[in-house]
Design a protein around this ligand. Structure first.
Ligand code: 5AD
Ligand code: SF4
Length: 478
């Protein structure tokens, strides 16, 4: 088993390259009295968005300002996702559209990074068909970005780095977080589960956990800096700590973070049901700071399909866990991921998924049509259902969840719930917006000075994407 290895990169060298790029930009842009602009987009899961916050941190340190249009940019960067084919198609479309922009501004540097480019067949395609891509680095090479950029700016050839990872964790990279209220905090990287449909273990490497002291220090700094909503991130947070020199489990980590003084709340994702313990549920129940919400991807309600997916739990195991959580924490809410049209899924299997959804009554669902991924086991499996059948099932699931979700939103009317005011709302000028502990979007009437604070909101109405309400000073309902 691989162990975590911290800071195998030379941070001094890393920051030296950041300075080199900055000096280069100063020299080139001084004459024009302009500031170099970077257009960066980060796609996919929270983990990738969190990597994006590090990349943005590097860009700002290197003297770039972030801009909103690729046409205006001196550097364009797409941090990609590989989980489904349509995400990859979209990136190829975006990159294709840069050909013209780059011909107008030959100094523009085009960078591709993230999960998609950690795959060899994609790298080959880009090398061959997209000659105007300057830099390409995989998930394991984020730390090489300044060095690669500096080389390219100095006229060296196109730079590619998709080296395999040796169980590395890098502390001390700069981070530029979007917003000042909510923060992502990675606790572990990679995945060892090899669900048969999933490309993540192939592009993000083996599971490795950050040192609890590093996590705790970062969490304290976030709270000190006024962040009020911290989401702990990992592909499978419930296996946190297994390979550390002093093993610690996720519940213990949560308790330590919940022990930090201050008014903030903690979320986490993603929980794999096979590793979600009763102890974790007891921990959620015991600490006010931990949101009473679990994102617990079930993927399918059919035992046959769960086995073919290598999920290593049964429908009964999953439902028993849900029942335990509901009994311990009556107000708890669940969200989930479901894949429709996995190879070999029959109407009967799909009916099992529908009946499970009815039993759990999720607050919301992320539903996906199965997408074949190169290098995964499922890509070799026979797939007999037609795309019409899959689409029909998909729509049926959406309709069912719409019904359940709307009913659950309507149940909130008349309740008084705690909301973190995050910004101005869409519903009207006097509205603010925020989320409840369960993650429900709440648009509510309240003064702008409350942004960044927790407020109690009386819920007065329900839409299909949010609930509506107004600030109220009474204590909240459970
Ligand atoms: N096809 C469709 N959905 C997928 N997911 C992961 N891989 C695939 C795939 N090949 C979904 C799973 C996972 C979520 C992040 O993406 O539901 O939980
Ligand atoms: Fe993919 Fe399964 Fe790992 Fe989640 S747990 S990242 S679905 S292999």
């Amino acid at each position: 088993m691989e162990t975590s290895r911290k800071n195998t990169v030379d941070l001094e060298e890393f920051y030296a390259y950041i300075e080199h790029v900055r000096s280069y930009n100063d020299a080139v842009f001084e004459a024009t009295a302009k500031t170099p602009k970077a257009y960066a987009r980060h796609y996919g899961c929270q983990q990738n968005v969190s990597d994006g916050e590090k990349i943005n941190g590097m860009l700002l340190h290197m003297g770039y300002v972030l801009c909103e249009s690729p046409e205006d940019a001196d550097l364009v960067l797409y941090n990609t996702c590989a989980v489904r084919e349509n995400a990859e198609d979209r990136i190829f479309g975006n990159v294709g559209a840069l050909k013209h922009a780059k011909s107008q501004n030959p100094r523009m540097v085009v960078c591709l990074c993230g999960c998609m480019v950690q795959q060899e067949h994609i790298v080959e395609k880009i090398k061959k068909s997209y000659p105007y891509v300057d830099l390409l680095f995989g998930t394991h090479a984020v730390k090489s970005f300044p060095k690669m950029l500096y080389s390219r700016l100095n006229g060296e050839s196109r730079q590619f780095d998709i080296t395999e990872l040796k169980g590395e964790i890098i502390e001390g990279l700069p981070v530029f977080r979007d917003g000042a209220v909510k923060a992502f905090l990675p606790v572990m990287y990679g995945c060892d589960n090899f669900c048969t449909y999933c490309v993540v273990p192939l592009v993000r490497g083996r599971e490795r956990s950050r040192d609890p002291a590093d996590i705790l220090n970062e969490a304290k700094a976030l709270v000190d800096n006024g962040y009020k909503d911290i989401t702990l991130l990992g592909q499978n947070v419930n296996s946190y700590g297994k390979n550390l020199p002093e093993p610690i489990n996720f519940s213990s980590l949560l308790k330590k973070i919940a022990g930090i003084d201050g008014d903030f709340r903690i979320r986490f994702m993603t929980s794999h049901p096979k590793d979600c313990t009763r102890e974790l549920i007891d921990t959620i129940a015991a600490y006010d700071k931990i949101c009473k919400h679990i994102h617990l991807p079930v993927q399918s309600g059919s035992d046959r399909i769960l086995a073919a997916m290598n999920r290593r739990y049964t429908r009964a195991d999953y439902l028993a866990l849900i029942d335990y959580a509901k009994e311990k924490i009556p107000e708890i809410s669940f969200t989930s991921d479901i894949i429709v049209g996995f190879p070999g899924e029959t109407d009967e299997d799909f009916e099992d998924t529908l009946s499970l959804v009815c039993k759990v009554r999720y607050l919301s669902l992320f539903t996906f049509l199965y997408s074949k991924r190169v290098g995964t086991k499922a890509a070799e499996m026979d797939d007999n259902a037609t795309s019409e059948e899959k689409s029909r099932r998909f729509q049926k699931l959406l309709d069912l969840q719409q019904e359940i979700g709307s009913a659950k939103y309507a149940e909130l009317i008349g309740k008084n719930i705690r909301v973190l005011a995050e910004g101005t709302g869409k519903t009207g000028d006097e509205y603010l917006t925020g989320r409840s502990e369960a993650g429900v979007i709440v648009d509510f009437i309240g003064p702008k000075e409350k942004i960044g604070e927790f407020v109690n909101v009386s819920i007065t109405g329900a839409l299909n994407w949010a609930v509506l309400g107004e600030i109220n000073n009474e204590s909240r309902d459970k």
